[in-house]
Write a protein that binds this ligand. Structure first.
Ligand code: FAD
Ligand code: SF4
Ligand code: SF4
Length: 398
């Protein structure tokens, strides 16, 4: 939505400059000028005391929202394995579908993937739309987008959820653009407005300092990507029944602009933070990369894995794959140890839903203690060896 300054009314007070969250306004002489980084958020329109900024109303016709029914989940699979986030989305999608009073469907793309439809139904999908064809063997943006956009145009779902994985983050926006709708990326909460039955999509905004709830009232489907590990998994029930609908698409030359020449597995450690039941995370309080060796000992004893804060990753002490938080992985283990981690909001965003949080920190006022179930004020290099010793004693007694 275009925003413009009415030059004749502008008094040069600079209030708008200070209030633009995107630094998009500069003063040219005594007149405010709106630059290219303007996102159309509208904040300046309300702030101008002289009504010198106006915003054009959206002229695009809204879609006929009443024609759209049902909640869809993109059933991302890799190497014929359903991604864990899909099970979480089916759990959340079921709740949303119940509140709206509609059915839950999964959309499955790939080659030789029909065997996965039973699994999706057992996790709660009332229907599975399946495109099983050679062009979809490996993920390619054009191919998956075409299949899913055609299906959306034909079957008209009101909500479409994708995991915020590398594929989901690539695919979601392409589908949204072609369907002429919006997309809220990286959601951490979803609910249905009881009055409008619209989807309320919550996600961290402004560096995680506030949570924004976003709606998409005029266009369908309402689309969200959801971070893995945030929602609870659907329960598996093999007695559930569902319908399978074939949505194969014809491709012509030029429809798919990329060719996969080779798949190269990333070298190095693979970390499965989202599946871990115990995570022992370390931050700047470790004092250096060698501190993770001590955390590994505790993790091994507890049958878990190690994690880290972003500051430790930025310091080059550990690979980004271990990072927990807003720009890392969201985790929900049974026990989360935060060792030498201050508990910044961006870290908390990725671990605060753990069943039990144990914080070890020398600073009794560290914010991590506000969300910890058990807080130990002390030096981690004293506390963790004592914990290891205590665990050894317990194991010997057992
Ligand atoms: P610090 O904040 O430096 O804390 C170190 C803690 O260790 C202190 O509380 C100190 O008291 C304690 N300590 C020191 N010595 C010891 C000792 N011997 N024993 C015990 N305790 C000790 N951060 C993330 O973690 N994940 C993210 O995904 C993430 N995303 C971000 C996204 C954005 C847009 C921004 C702006 C920031 C993000 N951050 C993220 C960074 C975040 O704001 C913090 O800077 C970071 O989490 C701090 O890491 P830390 O707790 O390890 O370090
Ligand atoms: Fe001009 Fe209004 Fe901005 Fe003041 S707040 S500089 S009057 S546009
Ligand atoms: Fe800045 Fe928002 Fe105004 Fe654009 S609409 S100039 S981003 S305050």
């Amino acid at each position: 939505m275009a925003v413009r300054v009415i030059k004749e009314k502008c008094k040069g007070c600079t209030i708008c400059v200070k209030n633009c969250p995107f630094n998009a306004i500069t003063m040219v002489g005594k007149i405010a000028l709106i630059g290219e980084t303007c996102t159309g958020c509208g904040a300046c329109v309300e702030k101008c005391p002289f009504k010198a900024i106006e915003q054009e109303k959206e002229t695009k016709a809204p879609s006929n929202t009443a024609d759209y029914k049902g909640v869809w989940v993109f059933a991302e699979q890799r190497n014929n394995k359903i991604m864990p986030v899909v099970i979480e989305l089916l759990g959340e999608g079921k709740k949303l579908a119940k509140e709206i009073g509609c059915e839950l469907a999964a959309v499955l793309c790939g080659e030789n993937v029909k065997n996965l439809t039973d699994e999706l139904i057992s996790y709660g999908a009332d229907k599975v739309y399946v495109a099983d064809q050679s062009e979809l063997k490996t993920y390619r943006t054009d191919a998956y987008t075409k299949v899913i956009v055609e299906a959306i145009k034909k079957y008209k779902p009101e909500v479409m959820l994708l995991g915020a994985t590398h594929i989901g983050r690539d695919l979601g926006p392409c589908i949204a653009v072609q369907c002429g709708t919006g997309l809220t990326a990286d959601c951490t909460g979803l609910r249905i407005d009881p009055e409008t039955k619209g989807l309320q999509q919550t996600r961290p905004a402004f560096g995680g300092n506030l949570m924004a709830t976003i709606i998409c009232p005029n266009h369908r489907p309402q689309m969200s990507t959801v971070r893995p590990g945030v929602m609870s998994k659907a329960e598996y029930n093999p007695s559930l029944k569902g319908e399978v609908v074939n949505i194969n698409t014809g491709f012509k030359d030029g429809d798919i602009r990329t060719t996969v020449l080779e798949m190269i597995q990333k070298a190095g450690e693979t970390v499965s933070l989202t599946d871990a039941e115990v995570i022992v995370s370390g931050g700047m309080g470790l004092g250096g990369p060698e501190g993770f060796e001590l955390l590994k000992k505790l993790a091994a004893k507890m049958g878990g894995t190690i994690g880290s804060s972003r500051a430790a990753v930025d310091a080059g002490w550990i690979d980004h794959a271990y990072q927990v938080g807003q720009t890392g992985t969201t985790v929900k283990p049974k026990i989360y140890f935060a060792c030498g981690i201050s508990g910044a909001i961006q870290h908390a965003a990725g671990m605060q839903h753990s069943d039990y949080i144990v914080a070890i920190n020398t600073n009794e006022n560290a914010p991590i203690f506000e969300i910890a179930d058990y807080g130990i004020v002390g030096d981690l290099y004293t506390v963790i060896p004592a914990l290891l010793e205590a665990l050894d004693t317990i194991q010997e007694e057992v």
